[in-house]
Design a protein around this ligand. Structure first.
Ligand code: T1G
Length: 703
């Protein structure tokens, strides 16, 4: 008997326990163990009913994703599942934690399912660019009906035990001790015949009763949301097969679609994203057992948009927050916006009034700094001006406990310089939230040259506590995300000066999968933001291109973007859809003329390559400088902070898909055409020359 699956008998009930920590993934050893354990249960004459349970925090949470892309080893999951379904003795799945993917598919092949009240059931394969590949698309519709099955499989979202019982996915919700309740249930059904098998249910998939338009609509909705991803469409097709084909034929169709999906670049990208997010939390020189300090009370300095959003993030995580600003009306305004944001969530039914009140109750607005002496962490989110930040950190240094962490939310300034304004640089770190802080998942954790390992470890752990994806980055202008965003935005603007229009540039990037292109994104953020930063910066030397020319002209006209109903686009009142504006085209043509640029037809491919390859080249430089630990960290930043389409894997994953030799050749051509901004990264050049990839670089670094 494998150590990851065990069998023992409790009176007339044989109990099969999966123990493959941390999530009981269905590795080859687990699959073999399940076969062996079932064999023992069936051979034991004393056993009249069989129970399948997961040890630790969850039932089986799916196939072992690390096995994908490698030759599959027997027994296949489909074979294991078929044996459980064919058992002559009733098999009861006892679900706690999360029964996901292949884990739920095993449970679907059991004759009964019982669940703890706080358990969840889901088929999230679509989030990995896959579809349920072990009978889920054929059994679930038979059990719960096509509409519910389509919704669960195409969205990939889990449902709770109570909902699962209501739709017939679970037979009983067990209060208290799950195993005891499940053993009693199993003993109760031991003699019940015939054994209920999902494969034998036909009413819910009766072709004469299922409206075929359901699948057309599901496909149309899935295509609209997928932004080019194919996985949701395959999910619909697999469920449709459950209606159109007999069960075993449907299984074959599901298998065909699954094999197509698992080999797709889209699925490889999404699996890369899944592991990338988790690998980002692993810091080579900060071991997992590095001591951390508890964060129970926090102060946020600055009650503006960022400070208010950050205060909400902590309140949402159950942490009390002091929201400090220099004047009471700033504090009141900040608290008012926070309450408005929560009320909007309540009105959408996504938050109870009670929970809103609890969260608001955790935020105390004040103009006094007195409370700062007690907090575990201060996050400064004031105006982006170095003198002000250094003054504040100097005061915090005197006021706060010596072990308190002093964090800056700066998005552009030098964290090391800020740390030097204190006597405790080891306690200083950057926590760069992305606006709106209570929505965006990314948290760039900026490690200063003197930041202590305890502060790094505490910050990485805090990111998880806050529901954020924490990525450790080094100190440079713009860290990882904004530094690459600058090159991407620069090329978009230069292309517009040369002949493209905002709507053409944006369309190229949205077709790739971005929710918004660079111009629409600038309109959302506000053209005045970049305009003010550029005003404080030296102009490029004569003859060098200046990418801010059009943005400056629009801002000087008061066209700040959505907030003024006009920017690169115009906006109808109450409508955020960007409308191309002939006035902007005239402005662009005039600016090109002033710059002495003869406008030309710019093709979409050039737009894509210049926006994407400039960003990839900058990413390679960031990697080479050690500002990012891994290429996958850069992908994690761009997917969670800038809307890079997850099914494309991130800029560095996409670079490997295109091929570094090809990208390097194009960089050389752009260097010749557009000057030294296109100087290829030495690292990218070396990897291209050696026939290597960013993935192989990460693997070599034990990522
Ligand atoms: N396979 C391998 N490793 C997994 C894994 C999996 N399915 N799920 C999690 N891990 C690792 C993860 O990388 C991390 O490793 C550790 O476990 C803890 O995970 C045939 C084809 C279950 C909700 O998509 O959603 O079944 O970083 O940090 O926050 O049709 O893990 O510690 O080294 O996420 O408590 C379908 C994916 C697979 C579920 C727990 N199943 N997992 O969240 O912990 S495809 C899924 C999750 C499939 C069948 C198809 C979450 C979780 P490390 P964690 P968590």
């Amino acid at each position: 008997m494998s150590e990851v699956v065990s069998f023992h008998r409790s009176e007339r009930v044989g109990i099969i326990t999966v123990d493959n920590q941390p999530v009981n993934a269905l590795s080859q050893a687990v699959r073999q163990g399940l076969v062996d354990a079932l064999g023992k249960a069936l051979a034991d004459a004393e056993v009249q009913a069989i129970l399948l349970v997961g040890k630790g925090r969850t039932f089986i949470a799916g196939a072992d994703i690390t096995e994908f892309g490698k030759p599959q080893k027997d027994p296949g999951l489909g074979d294991v599942i078929a044996r459980y379904e064919a058992s002559e003795k009733p098999v009861v799945a006892a679900i706690h934690g999360t029964a996901l993917g292949g884990g739920l598919e095993v449970a679907l092949a059991c004759h009964y399912r019982v669940a703890a009240r706080d358990a969840k059931c889901g088929l999230p394969e679509v989030k990995l660019g896959l579809l349920p590949g072990a009978g889920g698309t054929q059994r679930l519709p038979r059990l719960v009906g096509v509409p519910k099955a389509l919704d669960m499989i195409v969205s990939g979202e889990p449902i709770g035990a109570t909902d699962a019982k209501a739709i017939g996915l679970v037979d009983e919700v067990v209060e208290g001790d799950l195993v005891a309740g499940a053993v009693a249930f199993a003993a109760g059904v031991a003699s019940r015949r015939p054994l209920p098998r999902a494969r034998d249910l036909s009413a819910n998939v009766d072709e004469t009763k299922v409206d075929p338009a359901l699948f057309d609509k599901a496909r149309k909705d899935a295509a609209a949301r997928a932004r080019g991803g194919k996985a949701p469409l395959r999910c619909v097709d697999a469920v449709k097969a459950a209606v159109e084909l007999p069960f075993d034929e449907g299984l074959k169709r599901e298998r065909e679609l699954f094999l197509e999906a698992v080999e797709s670049t889209e699925s490889k990208a999404l699996r890369h994203v899944f592991f990338g997010e988790r690998t980002a939390a692993k810091i080579p020189d900060v071991p997992a057992d590095t001591p951390t300090t508890p964060v129970r009370r926090v102060a946020v300095l600055g009650a503006g948009t960022m400070g208010g959003g950050i205060a909400m993030v902590f309140a949402n995580a159950g942490i009390s927050v002091l929201l400090v600003d220099r004047e009471q009306d700033f504090v009141d305004k900040g608290l008012g916006i926070i309450k408005k944001n929560y009320a909007a969530t309540v009105s959408k039914g996504r938050l109870s009034q009670g929970e809103m009140d609890a969260r608001v109750g955790r935020i105390t607005g004040t103009t006094s700094w007195d409370g700062l002496a007690e907090v575990d962490l201060v996050i400064e989110a004031v105006f982006e001006e170095m003198g002000l930040k250094k003054e504040i950190f100097g005061k915090l240094d005197k006021l706060c406990r010596p072990d308190a962490i002093l964090a800056t939310n700066t998005s552009t300034l030098d964290t090391n310089e800020i740390a030097r304004s204190t006597s405790r640089p080891g306690q200083v770190i950057g926590l760069h939230f992305f606006s709106p802080a209570n929505v965006m998942r990314l948290l760039e954790i900026v490690r200063g040259e003197k930041t202590s390992k305890t502060v790094v470890a505490t910050s990485m752990k805090l990111a998880r506590q806050l529901g954020k994806v924490g990525v450790l980055v080094g100190v440079c202008s713009g860290f990882v995300g904004n530094r690459m965003l600058h090159t991407y935005g620069r090329e978009a603007q230069l292309l517009i000066q040369e002949g493209a229009l905002p709507q053409q540039v944006d369309a190229v990037l949205t077709r790739f999968g971005f929710a918004m292109g660079p111009c629409a994104t600038s309109d959302l953020a506000g053209l005045d933001v970049g305009w003010r930063i550029r005003k404080g910066q030296p102009r490029p030397p004569p003859g060098a291109r200046y990418s801010g020319a059009v943005g400056d002209r629009l801002a000087e006209m008061g066209r700040f973007g959505q907030k003024t109903s006009a920017g690169f686009y115009r906006y109808e009142p109450g409508n955020r859809a960007p409308m191309p504006d002939p006035e902007v085209e005239a402005i662009i043509v005039a600016v090109s003329k002033e710059l002495g640029i003869e406008r030309r037809k710019v093709d979409d491919h050039e737009i894509f390559e210049r926006c994407m390859y400039s960003m990839i080249n900058e990413g390679a430089k960031i990697l080479d400088e050690g500002i990012a630990l891994r290429a996958s960290d850069i992908d994690t930043v761009w997917i969670n902070g800038y809307g890079f389409p997850a099914h494309r894997g991130g800029p560095m994953f996409h670079a490997d898909v295109v091929g570094l030799p090809k990208i390097h050749a194009r960089l050389r051509e752009f260097l010749a055409q557009h000057g030294k901004a296109w100087e290829p990264s030495a690292l990218l050049e070396r990897l291209a020359r050696e026939g290597k990839t960013f993935a192989s670089l990460d693997a070599g670094r034990g990522a």
